[in-house]
Ligand binder design. Structure first.
Ligand code: HAM
Length: 431
């Protein structure tokens, strides 16, 4: 029978890093390092953690993100069980809004700042930086129209990158205007592109029918030339949205965040109005987006709320962040290693090793020993592989006399230590 393998576009995170095709999969210590930095920064922003299910009703995602988007039309892992349609969440914004409405979090007063870290699923063609199961962290600020909340989501994402030592990124921003701006702009785009349709690729020609705004995302050189003469969204937005946009830019400038205005940044999810933004890293190659987000004041009513709940947020890919950390040489993180590895000479006294490990563990130390009856040389090799700080070498006589050899793996020095003082000696060097 064939051996089972993880599904393409998904991967295991192991205690040690490894390569899989062109991907470098970081050890779990790097993931934890990132998650801890996210939590530290989120706490500084007064954000509270929310955990929503991986499974959501398909209808929530379809209505929230929009039927004509690539995510909903092509990339959902969706299935039916009985009379219910389920989807593995492709993102977390719509689920967070669902939870906000379901639990009436508005009742708790004020604006809610909610953050999350967790897996998402999209049935995309797997490639470097693009996976079928990937991980996002994000912040959603729900209940405020204030332009400071838009600027705050951007500075929060950047602060996570800065916290981790990344310095090189580009922030692109745009405003989509209010609910009425987009249809007007769509029409203007159609008026511009329809007479040029024979110069468009098949994909873009189809988008004329389904979602003309997506033509703005084209990577095709000839189409990018055509875009230079295309109408610009900012010319179609309402005065209030324009003021809001100016205010977001002013706040960013006040705190020294530089950004590039990109009139064609519409993003691939339909729930946005007003601010949209993306944060890119040049080191990432084709999949350059580290994070994306924007304002989504209409999402609440799309998913069933009678009241409009203004909101803004961002989400960032953890895999891409780790790729950027690797490229910047910032992914060297100490992995957990045992305080001591107990080596048994000639495999004597297995019971003593078991109970000594337990009592050292009870004193708060991390202890390992061999479970396969291997030679002393093999046990030492294993201690090395696990990067143990100390090796306790115990032979029959040592155990009887109550004194064992303690080897400090950092400098190879060895001393005799009374068994009673082992935990104190190993523990003392911890701090
Ligand atoms: P998004 O742009 O679809 O936005 O995803 C955000 C980030 O998730 C991307 O910039 C990228 O780093 C990462 N990402 C997306 N798809 C993949 C994939 N297949 N493989 C690896 N990484 C990926 C959203 O999801 C919105 N919910 C953002 C948001 C929050 N808007 C408002 N609040």
């Amino acid at each position: 029978m064939n051996q089972f393998k993880s599904i393409p576009g998904t991967f295991d995170v192991l205690p040690r890093g490894y390569t899989s095709g062109s991907d470098v999969i970081a050890p779990v210590s790097v993931w934890r390092h990132v998650e801890e930095a996210v939590r530290r920064v989120m706490v500084r922003y007064g954000a509270e953690e929310i955990r929503t299910p991986i499974l959501e009703p398909t209808e929530l995602i379809a209505r929230g993100i929009g039927q004509s988007t690539d995510i909903v039309s092509k990339e959902m892992f969706a299935f039916e069980r009985g009379s219910t349609n389920y989807v593995l969440r492709p993102e977390v914004t719509a689920p967070v809004m669902r939870a906000f409405l379901q639990h009436n979090l508005a009742q708790q007063g004020g604006t809610q700042r909610l953050f999350y870290i967790g897996p998402c699923f999209r049935a995309e063609r797997p490639q470097k930086g693009r996976y079928r199961q990937f991980h996002q962290f994000g912040l959603e600020i729900i209940g405020s129209e204030d332009a400071r909340s838009d600027a705050e989501t951007i500075t929060c994402a950047l602060d996570v990158y800065l916290e981790l030592g990344l310095r090189e990124f580009t922030v692109r921003i745009n405003s989509l205007g209010d609910r009425d701006s987009r249809p007007k702009y769509k029409q203007a785009l159609l008026d511009y592109f329809l007479p040029l349709s024979d110069q468009l690729s098949e994909v873009s020609r189809n988008r004329l029918d389904t979602n003309p705004l997506r033509i703005l995302d084209t990577k095709n050189e000839r189409e990018r030339e055509l875009l230079k003469g295309a109408p610009i969204l900012l010319d179609f937005i309402d005065d209030e949205s324009r003021q809001h946009y100016d205010s977001v830019k002013e706040h960013l400038t006040e705190v020294g965040v530089s950004f590039v205005e990109d009139p064609f940044l519409v993003r691939g999810l339909d729930y946005y109005s007003r601010t949209t933004f993306e944060i890119e890293s040049a080191v990432l190659g084709a999949q350059s987006a580290l994070a994306g987000g924007g304002r989504y004041d209409m999402l609440s009513s799309e998913v069933g709320s009678k009241k409009i709940v203004p909101a803004v947020g961002f989400a960032a890919g953890i895999e891409r962040l780790i790729m950027a950390l690797n490229a910047a040489g910032k992914a060297d993180v100490d992995s957990d290693c045992p305080d001591a590895f107990i080596v048994s000479v000639d495999n004597v006294a297995p019971g003593w090793i078991f109970s000594t490990a337990k009592s050292l563990r009870d004193s708060g130390l991390s202890i390992c020993y061999d479970l396969q009856g291997r030679s002393m040389k093999a046990q030492m090799r294993e201690a090395n592989r696990q990067n143990a700080r100390y090796v306790v070498i115990a032979g029959e006589e040592d155990i009887t006399s109550g004194v064992v050899q303690l080897k400090d793996m950092s400098d190879g020095s060895q001393e005799e230590v009374s068994i009673e003082l082992l935990s104190k000696t190993i523990g003392a060097s911890q701090s």
